[in-house]
Design a protein around this ligand. Structure first.
Ligand code: PLP
Length: 399
């Protein structure tokens, strides 16, 4: 039987303290101890099941973390206040002054900006590479390299990383492979393919209601303990902790993720095929024209599809803007960054979510001005949506 990560979420049982079907929310920042000795042991990390202070951990955060770890197939997980609040502590935990990262060059603009502009202040340097070329990745590894970093499906160009291939390189050179799986929850399970650490921005598909930011680091118990260490843990000391109220609301949304992903994938796949037939330059991992279609197919948990993200290139920023404004006027979606909402969201990444990347580098990686990134929504009648989008494209002169 194929691996079904959604079942792993379903099979978890957490009851509230009065038998509630949802776990009680831990609405406390601090916890009492019956004995001073237990408090001391908890500080030392030696009192299992005891809580100390909610920046360290809280029952609500542990429930959500355990559900996400079950989904990703890792030993455990630590939830954070945002996706960036997961990414930056992981890099800082794994790298110190003098260390080096080899990263995909097509990653979320904030991650790129952190590695390119901020991490050098800590004397951590990064080589940005075409992650689809394993020989190029390997050539950039030096004796100081500690981390290989990529997104399973990259933002915004939807490049697909060969996670098994990268995991083999990481093993060979004794590096940690860190994979941001924000664009492909359930569809791809990076830890099963050999990733050491899996990160998500929960802000996107996993929470799915565009009402909060959140993040998670999934990994081994040892690594998560390191991140939470009161002495030198980057999550504990940098303080990007999730609030318990949010953890409990994200846990409730997580339970419908498998249904939502199936619908996002269904709708995106329908539109991508139609757009391509119209002659539009369309990128979607589910299209056979995608350079890594077969690779995605080999890695994926089939029942969740190829995901909800697609891009089209309409030739110029003016045309992209005109189309997005008209589609918004017709209530086909919102001109907004972010992804994973029930409504379709669209933006031109060159001038928004990837604007941290200098123009010449955007050009080199194929991020053109006329590129529109779509996060396809949960529309019940996608054929009607397509017909209306087609009409908009005609009105602004794209078709
Ligand atoms: N990773 C990816 C792939 C993203 O698209 C984003 C945000 O757009 C992030 C990480 C950062 O997440 P957050 O905004 O929750 O900090």
């Amino acid at each position: 039987m194929s691996f079904k990560p959604a079942n792993n979420i379903q099979d978890l049982q957490y009851f509230g303290e009065f038998g509630g079907v949802n776990p009680s929310i831990s609405d406390s920042s601090t916890y009492t101890f019956l004995s001073a000795k237990t408090m001391f042991d908890t500080f030392e990390g030696n009192a299992d099941g005891c809580y100390l202070y909610s920046r360290h951990s809280s029952p609500s955060n542990l429930y959500l973390g355990e559900a996400l770890a079950a989904m990703e197939g890792t030993e455990t997980a630590n939830v954070t206040a945002s996706g960036m609040g997961a990414i930056t502590p992981v890099i800082m935990q794994l790298c110190g002054a003098g260390d080096h990262v080899v990263s995909s060059r097509t990653i979320y603009g904030g991650t790129y900006a952190f590695l390119k502009n901020f991490a050098p202040r800590l004397n951590i340097t990064t080589s940005f590479v075409d992650i689809t070329k394993l020989d190029i990745v390997e050539a950039e590894i030096t004796k100081n390299t500690k981390v290989l970093y990529c997104e399973s499906v990259s933002n915004p160009l939807l490049e697909v990383a060969d996670i098994e291939g990268l995991a083999n390189l990481a093993k060979k050179h004794n590096l940690k492979l860190v994979v941001d799986n924000t664009f492909s929850p359930l569809s791809i399970s990076p830890a099963k393919l050999g990733a050491d650490v899996v990160i998500h921005s929960l802000t996107k598909f996993i929470n799915g209601s565009s009402d909060t930011v959140g993040g998670v680091v999934c990994g081994t118990q040892d690594f998560i303990n390191e991140l939470r260490s009161v002495n030198d843990g980057a999550c504990m000391l940098l303080g990007s902790t999730m609030d318990s109220l949010r953890a409990s609301s994200i846990l409730k949304n997580l339970r419908t993720l498998h249904i939502r992903m199936q619908q996002h994938s269904h709708n995106a796949s329908y539109l991508a095929e139609k757009f391509e037939k119209l002659g539009l330059k369309t990128v979607y991992p589910g299209l056979t024209s995608h350079p890594s279609h077969q690779l995605f197919k080999n890695m994926m948990n089939k029942q969740y599809g190829f995901g909800g993200m697609l891009t089209i290139d309409v030739g110029s920023l003016d045309k992209a803007n005109a189309l997005m404004e008209l589609m918004q006027e017709k209530n086909l979606g919102y001109l907004a960054v972010s992804l994973g909402f029930y409504k379709t969201l669209f933006s031109a990444p060159g001038t928004s979510t990837s604007s941290e990347i200098p123009e010449d580098e955007q050009e080199e990686m194929g991020l053109s001005d006329g590129l529109i990134r779509f996060s396809i929504g949960l529309d019940a009648d996608i054929e009607r949506t397509y017909n209306m989008m087609n009409q908009c494209m005609k009105e602004v002169g794209i078709l």
